[in-house]
Structures are given as structure tokens and as C-alpha cells.
Write a protein that binds this ligand. Structure first.
Ligand SMILES: Cc1cc2nc3c(=O)[nH]c(=O)nc-3n(C[C@H](O)[C@H](O)[C@H](O)COP(=O)(O)OP(=O)(O)OC[C@H]3O[C@@H](n4cnc5c(N)ncnc54)[C@H](O)[C@@H]3O)c2cc1C
Length: 457
């Protein structure tokens, strides 16, 4: 029996590991498949984060008597060949992966005679269990959420605590190091995150989450997405923590801490959606009526957006945050995605791919869901005629310009009143050279977007 780690780099709440331990497995494998990951557009920072967690896992497994072999196999084909060559006929114990190429690889292995014992480890409520009255997947979030909560109330959920290990892993704490976005060293390893950062968030920030989660200059969100994306922390563990703190959460839903669970249910929504609509991975518009949209895809506009040079401070600061740190605040993801699609009329798929190549927390289902929501082509999406005004978004969510000044230091001296659109002020001060003119004018861009989408609406 071989335990095969893929997108589940953890020992806690890992059903495949629990099964392998029960059945006396002694060896495990993890493939480093950089070529394949690049085909899937994964960023350098995400890859670095994975490799660090594979090393952590290796030392944790050692204490459980399992030897983790970390093997380079460039592509999925190389993985299949390696397994066939070295482990033919054996049972492979895995946690399922949801995405298409991953599933195709697994069926190739079954065809090649492997017995795959697989488990589900990426969601709280099993996929396929939250359905509407006709037995189909919901296409709107709120009824999905109600049914999801009712399922958990009635059935509970599984959780497998960590196998006992006693080693001190402090020697694996992140080293001080390069700030280059290729390195993930600023992100603590999952064991440290669950000991320090997460309890700190639960204790001090959860109560204020509903208010602070939309303010990019405040560290009001958990920062857990990167760990969920590579399976280093289990989503079921988060519900365990929430219920320890708020035993009535599922029935009473107190506003202040329910909003965090609400976001975790959004994550589940998009994963269940991909399970029911696996072809989403092929890049189509969820709402088929938009598949004919003739996106102009002006390359200069796409470049300006990617480089944070649109002349809209909130958009540019957000893109600088992404380019410099490998992460972007959710409110800003919504603003820049709306701006790229609706103001610049660039195909959402190009934005989706750029995010994949930059984000440490890149996850196909959440990213695709977020982009299609923003572009108006998705399931329960923002309608095409709701177009974020970058100026009012900036005034509302970064009122004093604190976030803008952090990522656009050239605007540090601009007074709060002008920070959201500083061009007139800079002109008056004779400083027009320090910031770019706006790439498009909001009112005109809005009208063009309305006309563009209307053709197919
Ligand atoms: C255009 C766009 C692209 C996105 N791409 C990704 C992506 O590649 N990977 C990713 O994990 N999230 C993505 N998101 C969702 C969201 O922005 C991030 O999950 C969030 O910013 C992560 O920060 P956090 O962990 O501090 O979040 P918290 O606010 O602490 O939320 C806790 C968790 O809930 C989930 N969650 C929160 N908001 C959403 C959401 N809108 N949709 C789905 N799940 C959510 C995430 O797992 C998150 O870690 C995207 C959103 C948009 C609008």
C-alpha cells in the first residue's frame, strides 16, 4: 500500500492518512511536478509554499513511522510512469482531487490496474449532498447556504484529529529572507499558523470580521486561503474551532462571527459547483449566453492593468500588492477584476490566468468563481450592469488612502481628499509627472461596457 499525497499536505483531518495508518502503511509519496504546475499556471510563490510544506510533512510523517519520498516527476504522465514502474499492482491511498487533468490521471492509473482507495478531504460537506428539490446543484448562493447549514445541523460533519506526534518543529519556522515574490518565506508554515496566527484571529479578530473584512488597510481577514489551497489546513478543522468558540453558531448565526463561516461556505459553493460542472475547468462561461462576447482584449490595457499602471490609485495599489506579495485582499480582487472586464473590456480568462500566475492561494474553483462573478458571466454573478465605480469603491473602503499610500508611495504626499483620483491636484501642484493619467474615463468606459454586454443579454 502506498499513501500518495497530492493537494492535502497535512496530517490533521487527513482521511487518506488515517486509513493508511490504520492499515499499517509505511511509505508515502509526493510528486514535485513543476512542469505540470506551470501548465496549470501556478505561481512561483505557491510552488515554493508547497515545497516547504512537503518538507514539513516529511518530518511529521517520520514521527508516525511513515517515510515520505519526495520525487520529481515533471508531468502527470511522468507520475503515472513512475508509479507503474515502481508500484505496479499496489493499492494507492489518496484524497481525491477535483480538477480535470488530475481526475484523468487517476483514471489512467485505474486503467493500468491500480486499486485507488480514495477519500474526500477538501470540503466540510461532501460534494453532491447539497442539492435543490429537483436533486440538482443550486445556482444561487443563498439557498445553497441555507441547505448547507441544514445539512450540517442534521448530519454533523466528520473530523479526524492529528495523529499524536511529539516533535518540536520550531526549527522549521520560516527564515528571514528574500522579499522576492518567488519566495513564500513570509508565510509561516501551517503548524505555526495554526498555533499562533489562527488562534489570534479567532480570539481577537473574528468578532470584528464583519466590519473589517472589507478594509484592505486593516488586517481584518484570516490569511488562511494559501493553506486551504494546498490542503495544509483542513476546512473541517475551521468549523471545529468555530463551534468550540460559538456552540450555537449553526442555529443562531450571530452576525459578528457568522460572516466568516459565510465566506467558508462561499468556498464550498464554488467547489461543489466545480464538482457538478466539471467542464468549468475548460474555460467556458458559466452563463452560456456570454460565450459569444467579442472581447476587444486591448493588449496595452491588459499590460497596464497587470503592471498597476491604470491611473486609478485603488486599482494600481491593489495590483502592486499582488505583484509584490503574491496575495491580494478580497475587496480589491473584486475591484480589479471588475475594472479589467468592465472598464477595459478584457476577457476575464486573461485576468483569471494572471491571478493564477501570481497568487500564493491560487485555487481553480475560487478563482474561476470570483472572476466569473466579477465579469457577470458566472453562477449567481454580479449582473453585467452593476459596474463598480473605482473612485467610490476607493472612497468607501480606503477612506483615508492608507492602503493606496502603502502600495503607491509616490502618492504619499497627496492629501486624503484627492488621494482617490489625484490628477487635478497633482496638475495644480505641478507634479503631474509623478502619476499616470487615467487609462480610461469612468463614465465613458461604463457606457461602453453596458453597450458591449447588452448585445448578448
Ligand atoms: C477575482 C477573484 C479571484 C479570487 N481567487 C481566489 C483564489 O485563487 N484562491 C482563493 O482561495 N480565493 C480566491 N478568491 C476569494 C477571496 O478573495 C480569497 O479567498 C480571500 O481574499 C483570502 O483571504 P483570507 O484567507 O484572509 O480570507 P477570509 O476573509 O479570512 O476568508 C476565509 C476563507 O473563506 C474563503 N473565501 C473568502 N472569500 C471567498 C470568496 N469570495 N470565494 C470563495 N471563497 C472565499 C477562502 O477560503 C478564505 O481563505 C478570489 C476572489 C475574487 C473576487
Amino acid at each position: 500500500m502506498l499513501l500518495w499525497f497530492r493537494n492535502d499536505l497535512r496530517i490533521q483531518d487527513n482521511p487518506a492518512l488515517a486509513y493508511a495508518l490504520e492499515n499499517g502503511a509505511k511509505s508515502a509519496i509526493f510528486f514535485v511536478s513543476k512542469k505540470q504546475w506551470r501548465i496549470h499556471h501556478w505561481s512561483d510563490i505557491k510552488i515554493d509554499f508547497i515545497l516547504r510544506h512537503a518538507e514539513l510533512l516529511k518530518s511529521q510523517l517520520e514521527t508516525l513511522g511513515i517515510a515520505l519520498n519526495i520525487v520529481t516527476a515533471d508531468t502527470f504522465i511522468d507520475q503515472v510512469n513512475y508509479l507503474t514502474e515502481h508500484f505496479a499492482g499496489q493499492t494507492l491511498v489518496v484524497n481525491e482531487e477535483l480538477e480535470l487533468n488530475e481526475r484523468l490521471r487517476d483514471s489512467q492509473l485505474v486503467d493500468a490496474g491500480f486499486n485507488l482507495v480514495s477519500f474526500e478531504s477538501d470540503v466540510i460537506v461532501p460534494k453532491g449532498k447539497v442539492l435543490n428539490k429537483s436533486g440538482e446543484m443550486f445556482k444561487v448562493f443563498t439557498p445553497f447556504k441555507r441547505a448547507w447549514l441544514s445539512f450540517v445541523r442534521q448530519n454533523g460533519f466528520e473530523f479526524i484529529d492529528s495523529p499524536k506526534i511529539h516533535e518540536d518543529f520550531s526549527h522549521l519556522a520560516p527564515s528571514e529572507g528574500s522579499t522576492a515574490p518567488k519566495s513564500s518565506s513570509k508565510w509561516p508554515l501551517a503548524n505555526e499558523f495554526t498555533q499562533d496566527v489562527l488562534p489570534n484571529f479567532m480570539r481577537f479578530k473574528l468578532a470584528g470580521y464583519a466590519d473589517s473584512r472589507d478594509i484592505p488597510s486593516v488586517k481584518g481577514t484570516s490569511g488562511i486561503s494559501a493553506y486551504l489551497a494546498i490542503g495544509a489546513i483542513s476546512p473541517r478543522y475551521l468549523l471545529v474551532l468555530l463551534l468550540n468558540q460559538h456552540p450555537d453558531l449553526l442555529s443562531e448565526q450571530p452576525a459578528n462571527c457568522f460572516s466568516w463561516l459565510n465566506e467558508l461556505i462561499w468556498r464550498e459553493f464554488y467547489r461543489h459547483l466545480l464538482f457538478h460542472f466539471p467542464d468549468l475547468i475548460k474555460g467556458g462561461d458559466f452563463n452560456e449566453k456570454y460565450k459569444q462576447l467579442p472581447w476587444p482584449n486591448d493588449k496595452a490595457k491588459l499590460d497596464a492593468w497587470q503592471q498597476g499602471k491604470t491611473g486609478y490609485p485603488i486599482v494600481d495599489a491593489a495590483m502592486n500588492q499582488l505583484n509584490q506579495t503574491g496575495w491580494m485582499h478580497n475587496r480589491l480582487r473584486m475591484i480589479v477584476a471588475s475594472f479589467l472586464t468592465k472598464h477595459l473590456l478584457v476577457d476575464w480568462r486573461l485576468g483569471e490566468q494572471y491571478f493564477a500566475k501570481r497568487l500564493i492561494d491560487y485555487d481553480f474553483s475560487a478563482n474561476n468563481g470570483g472572476w466569473q462573478w466579477s465579469a457577470g458571466t458566472g453562477c449567481d454573478a454580479q449582473p453585467y450592469f452593476r459596474i463598480f465605480n473605482p473612485l467610490t469603491q476607493s472612497q468607501k473602503f480606503d477612506p483615508t488612502g492608507k492602503f493606496i499610500r502603502k502600495y503607491l508611495p509616490e502618492l504619499a504626499g497627496v492629501p486624503d481628499k484627492y488621494i482617490h483620483f489625484p490628477h487635478e491636484y497633482l496638475k495644480r501642484e505641478g507634479q503631474s509627472n509623478i502619476y499616470l493619467p487615467a487609462l480610461v474615463e469612468h463614465k465613458t468606459a461604463r457606457e461602453e461596457a453596458l453597450a458591449f454586454y447588452k448585445q448578448y443579454s
